[in-house]
Design a binder for this molecule. Sequence first.
Ligand code: ZN
Length: 131
Amino acid sequence: MKVIENLLQLQELEMGPTTEAPESRRLVETLRKGIPEQILGHYDRLRARGKKGVALVRHGVCNGCQMKLASGPYAALIRDDDIAMCDTCGRYLLRAPEAAPAPEAPPAPAPEAKKPAPRKRRSKTAADAPA
Ligand SMILES: [Zn+2]
C-alpha cells in the first residue's frame, strides 16, 4: 500500500536524526499531505505514546509486537488492496522485502560456439613447399 510506504518514510524521518534539517521538514510536510487524515491521526497517537506507527511484517510476523498476524490482516497485507493493521499492537503493517533467496550460481560460461570440425585435409600452399 503506497500510503503505508509513505507513512513508513514519514516515521523514519520523524524518528531520524535529521528531523530538523529543512529538507527533512519539507519532506515530512509533503508526506503528511499525501496521507489520509484518519491514518495520520492513528499514527500520531501511536507516536505520541512513543511507539512506532508502522511495523514491517516478515514471514507473517509483525515486527512491532512479534506476534503472528491473524489471517485477516495478513490477507489484506498480501492482497495489498487494503490498509492492514496489526490486531495485537495496532500498528499499520507493511510487508518487509523478503530476504532474497540465495543467489543462484552464476550461469556456467556458455560453451564456445561449436566450431565446425577441423578439416583433416591441409591445404597445401606455397609457403609449405620446401625452400
Ligand atoms: Zn503487531
